[in-house]
Every structure is written in C-alpha cells, then in structure tokens.
Design a protein around this ligand. Structure first.
Ligand SMILES: [Mn+2]
Length: 334
C-alpha cells in the first residue's frame, strides 16, 4: 500500500515529466520468454517459473491478476553442439525473436504494458527490435541495469555467448575494427538477420556496469556511452543520478528498462545468476531505480533477466528477490 505522501510524489513526478504519450496502466501483461539460448551456463530458462514458484510460496496472487503470454522456446538446440562458434545457437534465437515480436505486438495492441520475465539477456535484442517495429516513429531510450555492458559482437566475443551481445545487435553494430574472430558465411547471415537499429547510442544509459572486456571498453569510449558506476551512484546520490538520466533521455518518446539481476551485489541476493560479479548495487538501490522508472510515463516496457535457480546457493532466493522487485514495479506503474 502506498502512503498519501507517496501518491503525491508519484503524481507530482508525472506532472514534472510531462508525458509524451502514456503507455502505462495497471493493464499489464506478463511476457515470459524462457529462452536460455544465449547463456553460457544452463538453467536461466527456469527463471520465470522460479519466480512463479516464489510467488506461490509467498501466497502472492500477482500471476493470477494479469495475463501471462509465453514466448516460443527453442532450448532443445542446447542438447546439440552449436555449429556457430562465435554466436552459439543463433539459429534458434531468430525463431525466439519472431515469437517474442508477436507477443509484444499483441500485448501493445491490447493496450497493455509488457512486463517481460526472460531467461538470458540476449532476449533484450529481440525486445528492442520488436519495440522499434511497434513504434517506428518514436525515439527509444534504453536504461540498461547490469554488471555487464553486453556490447560484444560475434566478431569480438571471447565466449560466443549471445547474452553478451544484445546491445550491439540492437544498435546494428559489428565492431569490425576490433575483430578477433573470423565468421563463416552462415554465422554472418544469421547475425545480420538478428541486428536492428532500434535506438541511438546517445539514448543508452548503463547503470552498474563493472565487468567488461577491452573491446567493450573501446566501443563504449568510442560511442561516448554513459555508465553510472556503483561509486558514482553513491558519490552523487541515486536521486541526482536518476534525475540526470531523465534529462539525458528527455528527447526520447519511450523508454525501455532492461534489468539484469547480476547488477545487484550477490551478497544482497544470492549467486543464482549466470555471471555474478561482486561490488554491485544494493537491493534497495535496485528497488529505487525500478520504482523511479515504473512511475515514469515514458517507460514502455520493463524486462527482468538472468535469474538462474540451478545456480542458486540459497534455495530460491534470487527468484524471491526478483519477485519482490516485480511487485514493486507493478505497485508503482501509473
Ligand atoms: Mn546482461
């Protein structure tokens, strides 16, 4: 329950931001995208159901209150060795993205807000492409809350795991000048198919990125990408940083929020995620960031990713924490 003060804050916040088009309402749909084709460790596909299990254990009825759309999954490809060394399972990811786009389109056409719970973070490239196709004339801002920059391409990736590449895919970037890998024709064709130009580099804001490779650092510097480090959030204060992000994204018509649970310090959640990194944001900071953007009328979609119950050292704690964040998001959507 919100206090009167919180309601007042929420209303004044919306007034100050002057909505350019309101997509927000309590009319929301969950979209489960259980693909884990882009991850390097197994189990992220179980993330959406782990959150649902956490809700049932807690007695939460949120998954009874809103429709749940489920994206087609092609995780059976993981039972084979992928022939695409530098973009593993990219053949299946294209199929996942086609289904994802159908689901996002039908959600938006129903006038509903898409709250996505996905397996690995490669999903975000499909979400962004689908949002762009639904809002072809709108400028999309992206807030990427993550320990990782996820801006590799198949030409630079050290692992071949596509969950490290969604930003490059959605910006339509190859990084040829930094290439370390030689792609075969089939990989190149699949990658070119996956790429979109969903948004502009200046409309991307990172929060909490702290584990990058040299090629990613080079691309981030070249594009002038802004990363609010954990230290900066603490030094300037979270509220001031969130205000600055709003100002940077002022020219954007809609904003997409991509939340990787590994942005949070694993000591505050658990190790139930594919690539945990120490010294992250606190759980309280994650809550404040997501609440802020849930209230913002420009926010057109929120996605939560990389919950992996197979890796959880504290039973289902990561999913419980993610559920807590999702409940917060829903309670603050205008
Ligand atoms: Mn990520």
């Amino acid at each position: 329950m919100q206090t009167e003060d919180e309601k007042l804050n929420q209303n004044s916040f919306i007034f100050v931001l002057a909505p350019k088009g309101s997509f927000m309402s309590k009319n929301l749909h969950f979209i489960f995208n259980p693909s884990e084709l882009g991850a390097g460790t197994r189990g992220a596909s179980l993330g959406p159901e782990a959150i649902r299990a956490a809700a049932r254990t807690k007695g939460s009825t949120i998954f009874a209150q809103y429709p749940i759309q489920v994206v087609d999954q092609h995780n059976d490809l993981l039972d084979h060795k992928s022939p695409y060394t530098f973009a593993k399972n990219i053949d299946g990811l294209g199929k996942v993205f086609a289904s994802l786009e159908q689901n996002i389109t039908s959600c938006l056409q129903a006038g509903a807000f898409p709250l996505l719970i996905s397996g690995d973070h490669s999903a975000a490239a499909g979400t962004l492409s689908a949002l762009k196709n639904n809002f072809p004339n709108k400028r999309i801002g992206v807030v990427w809350i993550d320990a990782h920059a996820d801006i590799h391409s198949p030409y630079t990736t050290p692992s071949g795991n596509l969950h490290g590449m969604p930003i490059a895919a959605a910006l339509g970037l190859d990084h040829h000048h930094l290439a370390k890998n030689q792609l075969d024709d089939a990989t190149r064709a699949h990658w070119d198919q996956l790429k979109s130009t969903a948004f502009l580099p200046q409309d991307l804001v990172y929060i909490g990125v702290r584990d990058t490779e040299a090629e990613e650092d080079a691309v981030m510097a070249e594009l002038g990408l802004k990363n609010y480090t954990v230290a900066e959030l603490r030094d300037r204060g979270l509220a001031a940083c969130l205000q600055a992000i709003s100002e940077q994204l002022q020219a954007c018509d809609v904003i997409y929020i991509s939340f990787d649970v590994d942005s949070i310090d694993p000591l505050e959640t658990s190790y139930g995620t594919g690539t945990p990194v120490p010294n992250g944001i606190t759980f309280a900071e994650a809550q404040e960031i997501l609440t802020y953007f849930a209230k913002a009328p420009q926010t057109c979609a929120i996605e939560m990713v990389e919950i992996n119950p197979c890796l959880d050292d504290e039973k289902n704690k990561m999913a419980e924490k993610a559920l807590d964040l999702i409940e917060h998001i829903i309670s603050h959507l205008s």
